[in-house]
Design a protein around this ligand. Structure first.
Ligand SMILES: Cc1ncc(COP(=O)(O)O)c(C=O)c1O
Length: 378
């Protein structure tokens, strides 16, 4: 079976971890500072701060941006549920707007229509590594005085016109989960150009401590820190990232060419000037030959790893259908998620299927996948 996702780990990561273990300094420290410096340099922001995972990167950044209970944050329903949950965790209200059929990303026209007096921020999610239309989103934010937090959990190395994803919004959050384009097992990171947000994020992730550390505390905070063991892996993975991206893009281009020759299947579209990080390659199936679920089964039977990712968009998940049970529902009026119709997200949810695009897919694997998909649709 060609796995649908696979971490790329070499002796460099093992050696880097060994050094940290032998140093006796395991918690977040010097190695984490180095990862932050290098990652900020890579993305092109002034500041970066590591966290325990992508979820805590989002929640810490939202809190550092002063998102308050009852504030509305506009986001996409076609995402991993952490995007929406980090908004809801703070007592803020995830306002879902539909996505574009070609890019699977939040539709800026619908973002603009959804702005109300209560809107505080926009959270575009670069889904599967495909950049959102950040120019439009930043224009809308500026017009209405809103903050923007990019959910870049899947988009390490993605870019628009050469400018890296993560450098457009007021903040951005990355995930280093085991199967991401760059990983630390579990881990996350916030980037920003705003020193106040950076300072607040550093306090929030570390029990409200000030810069000098120690046992003086200045605000409620959490332990959302990374370890230097993870950071050491991250530094090695960042070195690998350009090669990983080149391999993923080569695989994706080959699949795009294949799908352009076939009927009843359509890829996520990379617009001109946009560079996806191709964390996931998941076309939509519109064939009368087989259903999407049959396609996933057929691929698996033929040794090609496949799955659906967000078959249920967030507004269709029990979490949001039962939002009245969430502790903040006593204080905050949520929209009736069960009545929400977001047809494009639901359509993509029902029709997409993932195929392996990771850096360890070989030419022989790709030739096999090509043949299996051609056979399925011929
Ligand atoms: C779009 C998106 N947002 C947030 C997250 C949360 O990241 P983590 O799993 O590292 O907490 C993920 C992780 O898969 C994600 O894909």
């Amino acid at each position: 079976m060609i796995p649908v996702a696979k971490p790329l780990v070499g002796k460099e990561e093992v050696e880097a971890v060994r050094k940290v273990l032998e140093s006796g300094m395991l918690a977040e420290g010097k190695v984490s500072r180095e990862l932050e410096k290098q990652f900020a340099g890579y993305v092109g922001t002034k500041f970066a701060t590591v966290t325990s995972n992508g979820t805590t990167a989002l929640s810490t950044a939202l809190e550092a941006m002063d998102i308050q209970p009852g504030d509305e944050v506009i986001t996409t329903p076609f995402t991993f549920i952490a995007s929406a949950n980090t908004i809801a965790m703070l007592g803020a209200i995830p306002v879902f707007v539909d996505v574009e059929r070609d890019t699977y990303n939040i539709d800026p026209d619908l973002v603009e229509k959804a702005v109300t007096k209560k809107t505080k921020a926009i959270m575009p999610v670069h889904i599967f590594g495909m950049p959102c239309d950040m120019k439009r989103i930043m224009e809308i934010a500026e017009t209405h005085g809103l903050m923007v937090i990019e959910d870049a959990a899947q988009a390490h190395g993605a870019a628009i016109g050469g400018k890296k994803i993560g450098s457009f919004g007021h903040t951005a959050a990355f995930s280093f989960y085991a199967t991401k384009n760059m990983m630390t097992g579990e881990g996350g990171l916030i980037v920003t150009n705003d020193e106040d947000i950076y300072d607040r994020a550093n306090m929030i992730k570390n029990h409200g401590r000030g810069k000098e550390g120690g046992y003086s505390h200045f605000r409620i905070g959490y332990n959302n820190r990374m370890t230097d063991i993870s950071a050491a892996i991250g530094i090695e993975q960042l070195k690998r990232l350009p090669g990983v991206l080149a391999a993923r893009r080569k695989n994706a281009q080959a699949y795009d060419r294949l799908l352009s020759e076939l009927k009843g299947v359509r890829p996520q579209v990379q617009r001109k000037g946009f560079e996806s990080a191709y964390h996931v390659y998941a076309p939509c199936l519109y064939s009368d030959k087989m259903s999407r679920d049959q396609m996933v089964e057929y691929l698996k039977q033929n040794e090609v790893g496949s799955r659906t990712v967000y078959a249920l968009p967030c507004h269709k998940q029990d979490t949001y259908l039962n939002i009245s049970q969430w502790r903040w529902a006593k204080f905050v009026k949520y929209p009736k998620y069960s009545a929400m119709k977001l047809p494009v997200s639901e359509e993509i949810g029902a029709r997409h299927f993932e195929i392996p695009v990771h850096a360890m897919v070989t030419d022989a694997d790709r030739a096999h996948i090509d043949q299996v998909i051609r056979k399925a649709l011929s």
